[in-house]
Design a protein around this ligand. Structure first.
Ligand SMILES: [Zn+2]
Length: 137
């Protein structure tokens, strides 16, 4: 299975904001995040997004910046599932069941959310994200 944003295979996907967005959408049940883009005909459309989040202090600033062509990134709300153990543990809490297991074999962390789907990686946060996606997709 491949990332809907960058088409990287799940087992090869590095820990980054793109993986965070995929986990948020597929495993955590958050709706896909899109950016608003102004098309040539001046109507608003939506496009799947990759990139670093931005923040805006208030609605007036947003309206002014939209008029200047600013493209907002509402993924700022996504937790850093692939790089923060606290956020990764939210994924474990969400998907845990009687088959859940996390162990270390001396080289890699192995994460199971079912008896037949698991992932392994040197970084436990990354293994959790990969295993979560494989469990739900
Ligand atoms: Zn991706």
């Amino acid at each position: 299975m491949r990332c809907p944003h960058c088409e990287t295979d799940v087992d090869e996907h590095p820990a980054n904001r793109c993986l965070d967005a995929w986990v948020a959408e597929a495993a955590m049940g958050n709706p896909p995040l899109y950016q608003a883009t102004k098309k040539e005909n001046n109507e608003w459309g939506t496009t799947s997004i990759i990139g670093e989040p931005m923040s805006l202090s208030n609605c007036q600033e947003l309206c002014e910046r939209l008029d200047e062509g600013f493209v907002p990134d509402i993924r700022a709300g996504n937790a850093h599932y692939s790089t923060s153990i606290a956020a990764a543990w939210e994924v474990v809490e969400k998907l845990k069941n009687e088959y859940t297991d996390i162990d270390f074999d001396g080289e890699d962390w192995r994460v199971f959310f079912s008896t037949d789907t698991f992932a392994f990686a040197p970084d436990v946060k990354l293994a959790i994200c990969h295993a979560a996606l494989k469990a739900v997709l």
